[in-house]
Design a protein around this ligand. Structure first.
Ligand SMILES: [Zn+2]
Length: 441
């Protein structure tokens, strides 16, 4: 045994080896989210360059496989085979992505020599973003479950609600495994993305927004599909708690590269909250508990900042433990869908609910982080500055963390000598834009 699954909301430990959702999640106000907890805190990367081999000792699929007598070479073979297939579909498999101090950007932002901005570049990752990490991890779980005979009958279909990087990553990984997938998209979804999804053999379902119904219509459709037995192949921890684990590889990579010097801050863009939850968890498991975790949302949709303020108010009198216990038991007092239809140039962080809000709020409270909310003007300025100084062709969602850093610098919450990590998460896709990624993949 190397790990356990436990619901962060109610404490239930599911009996299945792989449980996507809490068995007690049935419409009460508790924030049920399955979380993978390690029994052994050792962080011991291997020499592999493939993150899911390098950090296999952290992974649920590795623990379940070894508990049930699957030879180590067989687990490695499943990961390697899936990665090779991803490479055939996408042109690249998963490798530790580039990370380093952005010297020109650091100088422009007035950092001293010891401090600065370190950028993790995910724009060249599988399907052009970090999202594939979450889904490759889930697919590894599914393949191990299948191999161990834990899936009943034929392969259950996969389902996701997205028309952006998450959908592209999900369809790419599903195609690599030749596993059927349905993708629920909004009626005004990006035609370039939809064309690519169809090209990856995903079944695309358009979902109109219904008047008077709050919340994302694609999410409502996803819920119905899951009720029919589909596997939540999503980056939302509420639907599939194990999705967080694959994203933690990002935190492991950052922590390993920083070494003993660590970082004072990490600034993470938040849509559904899985990235922030995963990065914070990865840093923690790799030994960087002290890094301040800040989040960034747009003025177009900031449900996490709203929730964070409410929990912080409670924590000021009751303490963090009691405030978080209360918040997880009374979800709707803290998190509900953003009332207006959200709009922003950063389309990837417009989720009208922050699904993984509780873990993110908690880590901000415990590390002294802030929930920044930035303007459209700032999102544009950060994107231009990021490209000009680093040459990394990230989109506005991808550079939203930098927008948050600009805000934190303005508010003097990040000092000149501080070490800051920012994630450039998604590549620009406008093919007419000469600065977007060229023909490399
Ligand atoms: Zn629960």
């Amino acid at each position: 045994v190397g790990s356990r699954l436990i619901c962060a909301g109610c404490g239930t430990e599911p009996s299945e080896a792989f449980a996507w959702r809490c068995p007690k999640a049935n419409g009460d106000d508790v924030d049920h989210v399955i979380r993978r907890v390690l029994d052994d805190a050792a962080f011991a990367p291997t020499a592999d360059e493939q993150p899911f081999l390098r950090y296999r000792g952290q992974l649920r699929s590795w623990h379940v496989a070894s508990d049930r007598g699957m030879p180590a070479a067989e687990h490695e073979g499943l990961v390697t085979g899936l990665d090779r297939a991803v490479g055939e579909v996408d042109g690249t498999g998963f490798l530790v992505t580039p990370f380093g101090r952005a010297d020109e950007l650091s100088a422009r932002l007035g950092f001293a020599a010891g401090g600065g901005v370190w950028i993790k570049d995910e724009t060249g990752n599988v399907s052009g973003s970090h999202k594939g990490r979450h889904l490759f991890g889930l697919m590894t779980d599914l393949l191990v479950a299948e191999q161990l005979g834990l899936l009943e009958g034929s392969r259950p279909p996969l389902a996701i609600a997205s028309c952006g990087n998450a959908a592209l990553a999900a369809a790419t990984v599903a195609a690599a495994a030749r596993w059927p997938i349905r993708v629920f998209v909004p009626v005004d979804g990006d035609p370039v993305v939809i064309e690519r999804l169809v090209g990856l053999d995903a079944a695309v379902v358009r979902c109109p927004r219904e008047p008077g119904v709050a919340g994302d219509p694609t999410f409502h459709a996803l819920r119905a599909e899951l009720a029919d037995g589909a596997v939540p192949f999503t980056c939302q921890g509420t639907e599939n708690g194990l999705a967080i684990e694959g994203g933690m590889t990002l935190g492991y990579e950052v922590a390993e590269a920083l070494g003993g010097a660590g970082a004072d801050h990490v600034v993470v863009q938040v849509g559904g909250g899985a990235l922030a939850t995963a990065v914070a968890g990865g840093l923690r498991e790799a030994g960087l508990q002290g890094t301040r975790v800040h989040t960034v949302q747009t003025e177009g949709a900031a449900p996490l900042a709203r929730a964070s303020e409410r929990v912080a108010t409670r924590a000021a009198t009751d303490g963090v433990d009691a405030a978080m216990r209360y918040a997880r038991a009374h979800r709707t007092e803290f998190m509900w869908p953003w009332e207006e239809t959200p709009r922003s140039v950063a389309t990837g962080i417009l989720d009208d609910e922050t699904y993984d809000w509780a873990a993110t709020v908690e880590v901000m409270l415990r590390t002294g982080g802030h929930a920044e909310v930035v303007s459209e003007e700032r999102l544009r300025a950060a994107n231009a500055l990021g490209f000009e100084t680093t040459g990394i062709p990230a989109d506005h969602t991808g550079t939203a963390g930098l927008a948050g850093l600009l805000s934190l610098r303005d508010r003097r919450l990040v000092g000149d000598g501080d070490r800051v990590v920012v994630l450039f998460t998604g590549v620009r896709r406008n093919t007419g834009d000469p600065r977007s990624r060229g023909g490399s993949r």
